[in-house]
Each structure stands twice: as C-alpha cells, then as structure tokens.
Design a binder for this molecule. Structure first.
Ligand SMILES: [Zn+2]
Length: 574
C-alpha cells in the first residue's frame, strides 16, 4: 500500500477525553475515530488489525472443532424475558420498540439465543458434544464508556457456547477452550496470566479470566514467579512469610501523645517505627454490627475475606460519626486493645510484638503492644495478598502484584440456561436430561486496544508482527529516480514474498516520515536514502529498537530475502 493513496489521518493532538495510551495512540495514528460516546469507526489501518485479531481467534476456535454461526444482534425481548435477564440486566441493556410496539433489545451476550438453537436442534446424546461460536457486535449501555476501545458501548466479541451431556463432558470442552485461549494470547504476543476464579465461594463454578498485564489495568492481581498461580487480590490467599514477623524486642506497653497524627504513615514516621509494626484498625458496618478489623500497617483489609469471616454478604466502612461513637476517639486513633465489641484480627497482625496502635483516645497511641500475649476472639486471614508474600500453591514461589485488563473469560455454566429454557436431550437410556453448558468470551475489539496498552513507548505504538497492520514500513527519502527504482524493486520483491508493505512515498521531510512510522508502530522499518544507496545499502530497524544507531545495513541485492526472512521468523513464533 502506498501511503499517498492510503487513508492514514495521523494527528498531533489526542482526543480531550483520552487518558489511556491505546486511546491516545490509536486516535493519533488514525486507526480509530470517535462517532459517539463509546462508539468508534475503524479506519483502514485499525480495521486491518481488528481483522487479524479476529483471524487468530477464528483459527484457534476452528482448531478445537467449534462451529461458527452468526446470531442476530437485534433480539426480540421474549428471549431475555424467558430467563429473567430482561429485568436483571437493568439499564445496561439497550431496549427498543418496533413500529408495531414490539419490544426488542440489542444483544449484550447471546446465551438465550444459542440455548434456543440447542433446544431446537439438539435431540439426542448422539448430537453431543457441540460448541458453537460467533464473532459479533455486542451492545452494552455502559454508564461511563471510557478508554476508547477498552470499554465501549458497541464492541466486537467472540462468544462461544459448549453443550455437553454431563459435567465431565462440559469440563473437557472447557479444557479445550482454555488451551485455545492460551494459544490465542501467545500468538498475539501478549504477556498475561490465567486467573482462576474464587474456588472458596460456595457454589462457585469452574471459571478463569485471562488478564493481560498492563500497568493501567483496572484489575489488581497477584501471580507467582515460579508456578502458574494467579488470582484476583480480592480472592488470593494471603500467606505470611515466616521471617515476616521476626519479633522486635518486646517493650512495655505505653500510652504516647501523638497529636494530630492519625494516619499510619504519619504515626510511623513520628514515632520512628516501621509500618510492619503498626496495627491499622478499620471500623466496618457488617449487617447490624459495627466491627473492628485489624491488619498490619503495610497491609490492606480484604473486604471480601472480612465479610466471609463475619458471615455476611458485604461490609462497608463505617461513617466518621459511627467510628467516633464506637471508639470514643477521632478517626485514626482506633485500636483493638481494651476495645469492646466485635474485633477481627488478621493472622499476621496477631503475631506482631512491640506494635503500635491507636489508644481509642484522640491524639494518643499505644506502643509496645504484644499482640501474641493478648486474647483475641476472632483471628482470620482478612488482608490482601501483596508483593513478597509466599505463593499459596508451590514451595519457594513469591507473589508479585500486577494490574491487568480482562481480555477473555471462560466458564462452565452448568444447566442454568438449559434448565430455564428447557434445552434437553435424550440420553442412552432414553431419559430426558438438561444440556450442560459452558461459555467462553473474548473481547476482539478490546484486544486491539489491550495490545497497545502493553506495547507502546513515548513515540507511539509497537505492534507484534502477528497483528500489525503491515509487516514492513518502507520509507524513501528523496525522489531521485535511481532511489525510487530501488524502492519499487524492493516493494514488489517483498510483496511477491507475501510480506505486507506500507510504502511512505509522500513528499514529506524525513522527520515527518519517521515520526509517523514510530507512531503507527509497524514492526520493521526499512529506509532507503541517497547516502546509503551510494554505498549499495539500505537500512533496517525494528520498531522495538529505540536507538537509531543500532539500525542494520542490508545489501540491496539480498535485502528483500533478508527482510522476508525476518517477517516469516516473527510470524512463525506466533
Ligand atoms: Zn507458586
């Protein structure tokens, strides 16, 4: 493709509402344009990437034996009404009426529609197993569409649904999909973790999220550096390192004046003690109770675990007024010592000796608190796992904290939808049984943005070869006929070798061309300039190489073969 005849409207300014790297860069490079809140055009380069992502996803789905179908985006309301999701979905569901007053919605997901296919078309155990999938636009009326393609109101998704005779079959289908997802994210050149769902939850089903590791990600996870353990911080098991609680020499307990120092960091600085010695007390409302939760100063309360320890659904931080009422002191001076009422101590906090905690008196703290010598009614694991904690699964592994973007989700649904909608089959003993389902999603358009969240630098995007809009960005400097003839020969030589080339043939300054090349982020940049040409050489620089001095010089004679080889090698690993 010649740059001069392409549509690549690069701009200097990012959209005013863009904060994420992908939103800024995809807009600036002319890959996407905003049409409305959470609604985007894919311009030619953006659409090429989207189609490549789609092709990888489709390829891996087909490899598992899943069958591609296409369900409508416009759905009669009866489907969601049948399972109760018409009401459950609330304002996220786009609803509309036709000219006769009939109710419809735009599909946010397709469990009902696909289950309807199954109840019509699957009759007997001989028809099983079946996995159906589609690549289809979805609609969700997000309250705050943001991040460009990361959270849109219309987006492209791959959703697959498996139908099996029993739980064991469903697990086998799930495992096939899990492996396909691993291959998809590997081929896309993404660094990710497969995060298991909370196995501790009662009635929890088998499920996993694929989290692409990105500093700007919404989800906080911890993952082991040795095994494949990875979990959401909210559900991760926090295990204390053995040496983590090496006791400081116990000192006698004393009440000290800490005027105005209520914050943990503040107090530890004021008293010259480490945050590991601090005992942080938070006051929560749990059902009808007001409860104290105590963790070490360097830890955070895990509200999911706290709620579970207390046997309630949810806990909420108490209001300032309630804190003062319960502790008799201003916020920041609460503590467990001598407190009446329900108090839950985190396991690691319970091992602190020579600790510092609020005295339940405004402007006072207690020092020399030996938690091990005091009797506590409730000690439980109520803190967030964090960097440096030992791995709960393997020996010797250490957890590190990451942030991630959810790029895929797989789970065994069981018979929830099939039972509600009467999707059954006749087994070998002529018994009627519910189909056992699984469901597997990947946000295809979201993956375009997620890739850039992980692969970018100050100058622009850095596409992995497998999903790059083109493989090679050819830059010619000058309009000399000899130079253009060399470029034309290379251009056609590369195309003959199935290499996709974007040739910047514009009459622009070198600085402008190089800036655009960096912004667009095609993996290999090939430059033909008068100086190199005089020596019979052209320049090759990978986009990942920041130092222009490290560009390779190729002999013109074998340049096409060398470049094509590089492209093939990069594609082979994906
Ligand atoms: Zn581990």
């Amino acid at each position: 493709m010649l740059f001069s005849s392409a549509l690549i409207p690069t701009v200097k300014e990012a959209p005013a509402d863009a904060t994420n790297a992908s939103h800024v860069l995809l807009s600036r490079a002319g890959f996407i344009r905003r049409v409305g809140a959470g609604i985007y055009d894919f311009l030619p380069l953006g659409y090429r990437v989207l189609r490549k992502v789609e092709a990888i996803v489709r390829d891996e789905m087909d490899r598992t034996g899943a069958l591609e179908i296409l369900m409508p985006a416009l759905l009669p309301a009866e489907y969601f009404k049948e399972t109760g999701r018409w009401d459950l979905y609330g304002p996220v569901l786009f609803r509309l009426k036709d000219r006769k007053g009939g109710e419809y919605n735009l599909g946010p997901t397709h469990e009902e529609v696909v289950t309807d296919i199954a109840r019509r078309e699957i009759r007997s155990w001989r028809d099983l197993p079946k996995t159906l999938y589609q690549v289809q636009v979805k609609f969700r009326d997000e309250p705050r569409p943001r991040g460009g393609l990361l959270r849109g109101r219309e987006f492209l998704m791959k959703d697959a649904y498996s139908f099996d005779a029993d739980e064991a079959g469903a697990l086998a289908s799930y495992e096939k999909m899990r492996q396909a997802y691993v291959r998809i994210f590997d081929r896309m050149g993404l660094t990710y973790r497969m995060v298991q769902a909370d196995s501790g939850a009662i009635g929890g089903s088998t499920s996993a999220e694929f989290q692409v590791l990105v500093a700007s990600g919404e989800d906080a996870i911890v993952a082991c550096d040795k095994c494949d353990y990875a979990a959401n911080v909210e559900v991760a098991t926090a295990k204390a390192a053995e040496d983590d609680n090496a006791p400081a020499a116990p000192a006698p307990m004393a009440k000290v004046h800490t005027p105005g120092h209520g914050d943990v960091q503040d107090v530890s600085k004021f008293l010259g003690v480490s945050s590991k010695q601090m005992l942080k007390t938070l006051v929560y409302v749990a059902g009808k109770d007001i409860v104290r939760a105590v963790v070490r100063g360097d830890h955070e309360v895990n509200e999911v675990r706290l709620a579970r320890a207390l046997g309630v659904d949810e806990v909420f931080l108490a209001s300032e007024k309630d804190v003062e009422k319960v502790t008799g002191a201003k916020v920041g001076f609460a503590g467990p010592v001598g407190a009446s009422g329900r108090t839950v101590i985190d396991t690691t906090a319970a091992r602190v000796r020579n600790g510092v905690t609020g005295a339940n008196v405004t402007d006072y703290h207690l020092t020399g608190v030996d938690m091990t010598s005091l009797a506590w009614d409730e000690v439980a694991d109520i803190r967030m796992a964090t960097t440096g904690d030992p791995c709960p699964r393997c020996a010797g592994g250490t957890l590190a904290s990451y942030r991630g973007i959810e790029a895929g989700h797989i789970f065994v649904l069981g018979t929830k939808y099939s039972h509600a909608m009467g999707a059954t089959y006749i087994d070998e003993k002529q018994q009627i049984r519910d189909l056992v389902m699984g469901c597997y999603g990947i946000g295809v358009s979201r993956l375009v943005a997620t890739t850039i969240e992980q692969h970018n630098d100050a100058n622009g995007m850095i596409w992995p070869m497998s999903v790059a809009p083109y493989h090679v960005h050819l830059v010619t400097l000058g309009r000399d006929e000899n130079l253009l003839a060399t470029a034309r020969a290379l251009y056609s030589g590369l195309q003959a070798a199935n290499v996709e080339v974007l040739w910047d043939d514009r009459d622009e300054r070198p600085g402008v061309k190089f800036k655009d090349a960096d912004l667009i982020g095609i993996p290999l940049r090939v430059t033909i300039g008068a100086k190199g040409l005089a020596e019979g050489r052209i320049e090759l620089k990978p986009r990942t190489e920041g130092d222009p001095k490290k560009a390779e010089l190729l002999l013109i004679a074998d340049a096409a073969a060398r470049i094509a080889g590089r492209v093939k090698a990069a594609l082979a690993t994906s």
